[in-house]
Design a protein around this ligand. Structure first.
Ligand SMILES: [Zn+2]
Length: 309
C-alpha cells in the first residue's frame, strides 16, 4: 500500500509506504475499538427501549422514569404559572395606581390652568396588539410582557407630563412658597427626632425619616407651606396620609391622621388645617409623623420646623 501526501508548507509531495504493520496496526485497533463501543451502545439502547422485546421489569423502570420526569415538568410549569399570576396581581395594582396618577394629573392641569391640548391625561399612549385577555383566563407570558411594556410607556408619558406641570406650578402658582416652615401642629410636642432609632414595633435599629409630634387625638394638623395636595388617603406604613407638593422640589407629608380634610389636587395655604391628628397605620399613639422631602428624598425636618415665616 502506498499513500501520496501533499504538504502546502513545502510545496512538494512525499509518500509513505504502508506495507509495514507498524503504520496500520494502530489504525485498525482504533477502528475495532470504535465499532465495539457503537455496538455496545446500540445494545444498551435496545435493551432499555420498551418497544424492543425487553423484560417487563425494564419497561416498568423506563415508564417510571418517564413519569417522574413528566411530574417534574408539570411542577415546574405550575410554579412558573404561580409566579406569573402573582406578577399579574402586582400589575393590576400598578394599573390602579396609574388611575390615581391620571386623576391627579387632571386636577393639577386644572389648578395650573394649562392647555388641555398640551396635557391630555385622557389620552391613551400609542399602543397596539391584540385585545386584552378575557378575565380569569390564565395569563400567558407573551400577553404579560406586552402588558408590562404598555404600562412602562404609560408611566413614562405621565411622568413627563407631571414633571412639566410641576415646573409650571412652582414658577407660576407657588411663587410665594419658599420652603416649609414651622410646626405641622397647632398644639403638641416633638416626641421623636429624625434619624436612627429603635423601631417602636420591632425594637430593631431603623431609620426614622421624619419627626413625630404627639398631641391630643383629633387636634389640628397644619400645612407648613403653600402647595398642592398630591396624596390624601391611606398609604402603607403611614396610615391616613396627606402629601403636599410645594414646588421648587419641596414636599411635606403628614402621617397617621384620624381624618383628612383636603382632597388631591386642592391648593392649600400655610397654616391651613388639612387633617385631624390620629393614630392610624403603624403608630403607637396619637401623633403626626411629619416628613420634609427635597427632590423626592426625606431630609431632616428639624431646621424647617424651627424656621419661622
Ligand atoms: Zn414618625
Amino acid at each position: 500500500m502506498k499513500f501520496l501526501l501533499y504538504t502546502t508548507t513545502y510545496g512538494k509531495s512525499g509518500s509513505i509506504q504502508l506495507n509495514r504493520p507498524v503504520f496500520w496496526m494502530p489504525a485498525v485497533l482504533l477502528l475495532a475499538l470504535l465499532l465495539g463501543a457503537a455496538a455496545g451502545f446500540g445494545y444498551l439502547l435496545a435493551s432499555r427501549s420498551p418497544a424492543s422485546g425487553s423484560t417487563a421489569a425494564d419497561s416498568g423502570q423506563w415508564q417510571a422514569a418517564l413519569q417522574e420526569q413528566k411530574q417534574e415538568l408539570a411542577q415546574a410549569r405550575d410554579a412558573a404559572q404561580n409566579d406569573l399570576n402573582a406578577l399579574a396581581v402586582r400589575l393590576g395594582q400598578m394599573q390602579a395606581q396609574m388611575l390615581r396618577i391620571e386623576a391627579l394629573g387632571q386636577r393639577l392641569t386644572n389648578v395650573a390652568r394649562l392647555g388641555k391640548a398640551e396635557f391630555d391625561f385622557d389620552r391613551q399612549p400609542a399602543q397596539g396588539g391584540p385585545a386584552a385577555p378575557v378575565v380569569d383566563e390564565p395569563l400567558n407570558s407573551v400577553d404579560f410582557i406586552q402588558a408590562l411594556n404598555d404600562m412602562e410607556a404609560q408611566i413614562d408619558d405621565r411622568a413627563r407630563q407631571l414633571e412639566v406641570i410641576e415646573q409650571v406650578l412652582s414658577r407660576r402658582e407657588l411663587k410665594s412658597a419658599v420652603s416649609p416652615a414651622g410646626r405641622p401642629v397647632a398644639s403638641g410636642w416633638l416626641s421623636s427626632y429624625y434619624g436612627k432609632r429603635a423601631d417602636p414595633f420591632t425594637g430593631h435599629q431603623a431609620m426614622h425619616k421624619g419627626v413625630d409630634f404627639a398631641g391630643k387625638s383629633g387636634s389640628d394638623v397644619l400645612a407648613t407651606a403653600e402647595g398642592v395636595v398630591t396624596w390624601a388617603g391611606k398609604r402603607y406604613g403611614y396610615g391616613r396620609l396627606v402629601e403636599i407638593n410645594h414646588g421648587n422640589g419641596y414636599a411635606t407629608r403628614y402621617g397617621h391622621c384620624q381624618k383628612i380634610l383636603v382632597q388631591v389636587g386642592e391648593k392649600v395655604m400655610p397654616g391651613q388645617k388639612i387633617a385631624l391628628m390620629g393614630s392610624s397605620g403603624r403608630s403607637t399613639g396619637p401623633h403626626v409623623h411629619y416628613e420634609v422631602l427635597k427632590n423626592g428624598r426625606q431630609i431632616d425636618p428639624t431646621r424647617y420646623v424651627r424656621a419661622s415665616r
